[in-house]
Ligand binder design. Structure first.
Ligand code: 5AD
Ligand code: SF4
Length: 464
């Protein structure tokens, strides 16, 4: 082959290669789902596009948890549609897909409200993406799919490897929710609780470890309610963690998000016994007032939550606690909001997420007549966030002087610097000596400084 034909061939392959651009909104499970869609599409010949205007297929993987999240999607769809028109003007097609929870919740509405959308499918059917693309190609019609075949999805996904070269990866083990907190859309958009069989999860973890992953975060809307089929019965999350910790290459295990009611004794004991299970627990409480917790249908009191944390801390004294909070739930009084502040002061959070209550269509709380004004919600949010930020900074400062194992994940800004993660999920900037360890290494690091969102420290030695 002479040089000319080599050039011609490259050019031809480049034009023939289809490209996909996926924009992900919302939670870590959506991040996981997007990586799985990439894997499915890679099997169909799609490469990843760096920007939506370069893509033959643009997927918005959406979140419906709060109003703003859904509104962002509609405004993004307007922009993507303009790109689609421009591409069409140049004789190139662009397929626009809306996936995820907004797609599940709004279905046909999306196609009506945002013109130019070709595919709409919920989080439980993205494994059928190639079929949807083919159907759209053949009929030219918008394809809308909002079924819930969770079991079928995970079976289909297990056959496709996740791509990527990351050191830390997400792995969905459980999906959906039966709790029906009165403010939340998840039971409607993600469906009923479903756990993947343990063997399926372990197979995926082995595959990840084979590709260099050393830290897995097990995902589920109610991950500690995990009950995966195993040995003719079911396995708890604690059992799954135990099995995972003997997968060669997996050095660290995390899980999120948990519900206080499913925080079982065996899982608490795992925090004491299993050194691969990281000392970090995201355990949302949402509010500190028992009347509000009841109205939220949380199924636990503030005292029960605090008792639980005391047990967890007794098992693993250095555990970092994280949480989610909602302020301004319908009818919340100033005194009830102060109970949330008091609970936060009692717990001392290492990090947390806090939100203004946002009425979600179809949820019981959205129907309540005692909705609070925006300015009240905003004022409470600011006060809570100031307190949580103080606590986060205090926690980070308390790490200075300590020596922690850090998993090296990516290069830092400066030469010789790398960014890793502490056991408590903080980013750590480390100076690595020349010829020192690279990505995927676990190193001991002496923490010397604290920035707004990260720690910095000195390399001590490599441990794994
Ligand atoms: N309004 C505000 N925040 C919400 N969340 C869930 N639903 C709503 C809502 N309607 C928050 C909760 C949950 C997190 C993922 O999002 O705090 O734990
Ligand atoms: Fe939503 Fe409550 Fe289920 Fe969490 S436990 S997903 S907040 S309904």
């Amino acid at each position: 082959m002479n040089d000319m034909s080599a050039i011609a061939l490259t050019a031809e392959t480049e034009t023939a290669q289809k490209k996909v651009f996926i924009r992900t909104y919302g939670c870590q499970m959506n991040v996981y789902d997007s990586t799985r869609m990439e894997a499915i599409l890679a099997g169909e010949g799609y490469a990843q596009a760096a920007a939506p205007e370069e893509a033959d297929l643009v997927i918005l993987n959406t979140c419906h948890i709060r109003e703003k999240a859904a509104e962002k999607v509609y405004s993004e769809l307007g922009k993507i549609r303009a790109m689609k028109r421009e591409r069409e003007g140049a004789g190139r097609d662009m397929v626009i897909a809306v996936a995820g929870c907004v797609a599940q919740a709004e279905g046909e509405e999306i196609a009506k409200r945002a013109k130019g959308v070709d595919l709409v499918f919920g989080p439980q059917t993205f494994h059928r993406l190639p079929e949807y693309l083919a159907r759209h190609r053949e009929t030219g019609r918008t394809v809308v799919e909002t079924e819930f075949p969770a079991e079928e999805k995970f079976k289909a996904l297990t056959a496709k490897a996740s791509p990527g070269t990351a050191v830390a990866a997400f792995l969905t083990v459980q999906e959906g929710c039966d709790k029906f907190c009165s403010f939340c859309v998840v039971p409607y958009t993600r469906g009923a609780e479903f756990s993947r069989p343990m063997a399926q999860v372990l197979a995926e973890a082995r595959g990840l470890a084979g590709r260099g992953v050393r830290e897995v975060t097990l995902l589920g809307q109610n991950v500690n309610a995990y009950r995966g089929e195993a040995d003719g019965g079911t396995a708890s999350l604690a059992r799954l963690v135990t099995e995972l910790s003997s997968v060669p290459g997996i050095e660290r295990i995390r899980y999120t998000t948990s519900h206080p009611r499913d925080m079982s004794d065996d899982l608490i004991a795992a925090h004491a016994e299993n050194q691969k299970l990281m000392p970090y627990l995201h355990l949302p409480v949402q509010a500190g007032s028992n009347r509000i917790l009841k109205a939220m249908n949380r199924g636990h009191t503030a005292e029960e939550y605090l008792d639980l944390l005391a047990k967890v801390r007794a098992a693993r004294p250095d555990i970092a606690i994280s949480g989610d909070f909602i302020v301004g739930f319908p009818g919340e009084t100033e005194a009830e909001f102060e109970e949330t502040m008091a609970l936060v002061r009692t717990v001392g959070y290492a990090s947390a997420f806090s939100f203004k209550y946002s009425p979600r269509p179809g949820t019981p709380a959205a129907e309540r007549p005692d909705q609070l004004p925006e300015d009240v919600k905003l004022d409470r949010l600011h006060r809570l966030q100031a307190l949580l930020l103080d606590q986060q900074q205090a926690f980070n400062r308390s790490c200075v002087g300590g020596t922690f194992p850090v998993l090296l994940e990516k290069p830092g800004r400066r030469d010789g610097q790398m960014i890793g993660r502490s056991p408590y999920l903080q980013s750590v900037h480390i100076e690595i000596p020349e010829g020192g360890p690279g990505f995927g290494a676990l190193v001991e690091c002496r923490i010397e400084g604290v920035g707004p969102n990260s720690l910095s420290g000195q390399y001590v030695r490599q441990t794994a």
